[in-house]
Design a binder for this molecule. Structure first.
Ligand code: FES
Length: 101
């Protein structure tokens, strides 16, 4: 899901905040002030953010409003909901990509 790059008559004028330095699993990704972590991850093509503990099933954003907890990621050692948390400059985000044993 790429970011909207242009404006059109159907959309309000595109206003994007300043670029931020954000990494996901050690790789720099494009991020702008005012975006949520989930928006940054989806724009980077990362849909799988974690795996279930018991069965190792992939999970990603589902509700987009803080209800389902499917978007949990790790930031500075703490599990947080990506859909509710705005990115900040220097943020290091980690997702759980590995399968369960
Ligand atoms: S997508 Fe449901 S809590 Fe974030």
């Amino acid at each position: 899901m790429p970011r909207i790059a242009t404006t059109s008559d159907l959309l309000p004028e595109l206003a994007r905040g300043p670029a931020l330095n954000v990494t996901v699993n050690g790789t720099a990704v494009e991020a702008y002030d005012g975006e949520t972590i989930a928006a940054v991850l989806l724009a980077a093509g990362l849909w799988q953010l974690r795996r279930t503990r018991r069965r190792g099933e992939p999970r990603g954003p589902y509700c987009g409003m803080g209800v389902c907890f499917e978007c949990l990621v790790t930031v500075d050692g703490a599990a947080i909901r990506a859909c509710l948390t705005p990115v900040t400059d220097g943020m290091r985000i980690e997702t759980s990509q590995e399968a369960a044993p």
